[in-house]
Design a protein around this ligand. Structure first.
Ligand SMILES: Cc1ncc(C[n+]2csc(CCOP(=O)(O)OP(=O)(O)O)c2C)c(N)n1
Ligand SMILES: [Mg+2]
Length: 358
C-alpha cells in the first residue's frame, strides 16, 4: 500500500483503524522482537534452554490476532506465536516465566516445553507439541461456540509444513460442513526446519487447498501488517456472522534458524538470507507509519525506552522466580483437584478440592 502521500488520518481511515491503534500494533511488533532477541541472549548465556523464535512472523501475528475479541474469542497458538499471545493479552513476564519454567509460569507452572505458551485467563489453549493438533482443538472450540450460541470465534495458527498433517484435512472438512466460526491461519515461512517449501508442497499456495473444502482461501503478504489486518478482519467477521471458516495464508519470513539448536547457514545461502532480511516486517511497518506521519521521532523514542524497560523487567522477574517444587512433578498428570481456594497460577485444576500426595 503506497502511503507516502497520505497524512495520518488518511492511512487510519483507509484501513479502519485509529492512529492510536496503529501505534499500539507497532508497539506490539517491536516489543515482541525485543523480547525474542532477549531470549536468544539468555539462551546463549546459559539462562534458558531452548528458543523457538517468531522473528519475521510478528507483523502477521499482531495484525491477524487484532480483530479478535480478547477474553471472549479463543486462540490455539503454535510455538512461534509470541506476538499472538502478547496481542491476545499475555504479558512479557508470562512469556519469560514460561521460558524459565518457573513455578509461577501461567502457561503450565513449568511443566510444558519452552515455547508452549497458554493462558486460561486469556482463552489461549496450551500449545501441543505434535504439530497441527491445535487445529482439531480450535475446531472443537468453534463447534462448542456454535452449539452454545456464544458468538465466539476460534482461530488457530501453524506453519505450512504442519498444514500437511492429516489432522488439518479432517478438521477443515468438518468445520466447513458445519460452517463453524473458525479461522485457520498458516504462517508460511518457506521452511519446515531445513526442508524448503518445494519439498513440502506440490502447490504454490497452501490457500489453494481451501477450495477443496468449499471455504475461502486467502493469500496475503505476511510482512505487510495492514494487508494481514484486512484479511483477518474479513475472516473474523465472516466467522462471527455464520459464514463459516476461512483459510488465511500469510507469506512470512523466518529471520532466525528454526530454533536455538539450528544453524540455518548450513542450508540457506547468504543471498537468500539477505533477500529475506529485506522482508522484515518491523522496519517495513515502521517506515509505513513514519511516512504517514503517525510515528514521529518523539513517539519512537518513547516506545523504545518503554520496550527496553518492559523487557528488562520481565527478565528480572523471571530470573527471580523459584523453580517448581520437584515433589510436585507428578501433579496434573492425571485429573485431580487443586487444594486451595485460589486457582493455581497456570490456570487449570479446580479451586476448593483436595489434592492427593504422590
Ligand atoms: C507431528 C509432528 N511431527 C514432527 C514434529 C517435529 N517438528 C516440530 S516443528 C517442525 C517443523 C514445522 O514446520 P512448519 O509447520 O513449516 O512451521 P515453522 O517451524 O516453519 O514455523 C517439525 C517437523 C512435531 N512436533 N510434530
Ligand atoms: Mg514453515
Amino acid at each position: 500500500m503506497a502511503v507516502t502521500d497520505r497524512n495520518a488520518s488518511h492511512l487510519g481511515d483507509a484501513v479502519g483503524l485509529t492512529d492510536e491503534q496503529l501505534i499500539e500494533m507497532y508497539r506490539l511488533v517491536a516489543l515482541t522482537r525485543a523480547l525474542d532477541e532477549r531470549m536468544w541472549v539468555l539462551n546463549r548465556a546459559g539462562r534458558i534452554p531452548f528458543v523457538i523464535s517468531g522473528q519475521g512472523h510478528e507483523g502477521a501475528q499482531v495484525a491477524i490476532t487484532w480483530p479478535l475479541r480478547k477474553q471472549h474469542d479463543w486462540v490455539a497458538p503454535f510455538y512461534r506465536s509470541i506476538a499472538t499471545c502478547l496481542t491476545f493479552g499475555m504479558s512479557p513476564r508470562d512469556i519469560l516465566t514460561a521460558q524459565y519454567a518457573t513455578a509461577s509460569d501461567p502457561s503450565s507452572g513449568g511443566r510444558q516445553m519452552p515455547g508452549h505458551y497458554g493462558s486460561r485467563e486469556h482463552n489461549l489453549v496450551s500449545v501441543s507439541s505434535p504439530v497441527a493438533t491445535q487445529l482439531l482443538h480450535a475446531v472443537g472450540i468453534a463447534l462448542a461456540a456454535k452449539v452454545r450460541g456464544t458468538d465466539q470465534v476460534a482461530m488457530t495458527f501453524m506453519g505450512e509444513g504442519s498444514s500437511n498433517q492429516g489432522d488439518v484435512h479432517e478438521g477443515l472438512n468438518f468445520a466447513a460442513i458445519h460452517k463453524l466460526p473458525f479461522v485457520f491461519v498458516v504462517e508460511n515461512n518457506g521452511y519446515a526446519i531445513s526442508v524448503p517449501w518445494a519439498r513440502e508442497l506440490a502447490v504454490e499456495d497452501v490457500a489453494s487447498r481451501a477450495a477443496g473444502y468449499g471455504i475461502p482461501g486467502v493469500v496475503v503478504d505476511g510482512t505487510d501488517v495492514l494487508a494481514c489486518y484486512g484479511a483477518a478482519t474479513e475472516a473474523v467477521d465472516r466467522a462471527r456472522s455464520g459464514g463459516g471458516p476461512t483459510l488465511i495464508e500469510a507469506k512470512v519470513t523466518r529471520l532466525t534458524g528454526h530454533s536455538s539448536d539450528d544453524q540455518q547457514t548450513k542450508y540457506r545461502s547468504e543471498e537468500e538470507l539477505a533477500s529475506e532480511k529485506a522482508r522484515d516486517p518491523l522496519p517495513k511497518f515502521r517506515a509505513q507509519l513514519t511516512d504517514a506521519g503517525i510515528l514521529t521521532e518523539e513517539v519512537l523514542g518513547r516506545l523504545a525506552a518503554e520496550i527496553t524497560a518492559v523487557v528488562d523487567d520481565a527478565t528480572e522477574y523471571a530470573e527471580s522466580q523459584p523453580d517448581p517444587d520437584p515433589s510436585t512433578a507428578m501433579r496434573w498428570v492425571y485429573a485431580e483437584e487443586w487444594p486451595s481456594e485460589a486457582p493455581p497460577p497456570w490456570g487449570f485444576g479446580t479451586a476448593g478440592g483436595h489434592a492427593e500426595e504422590h
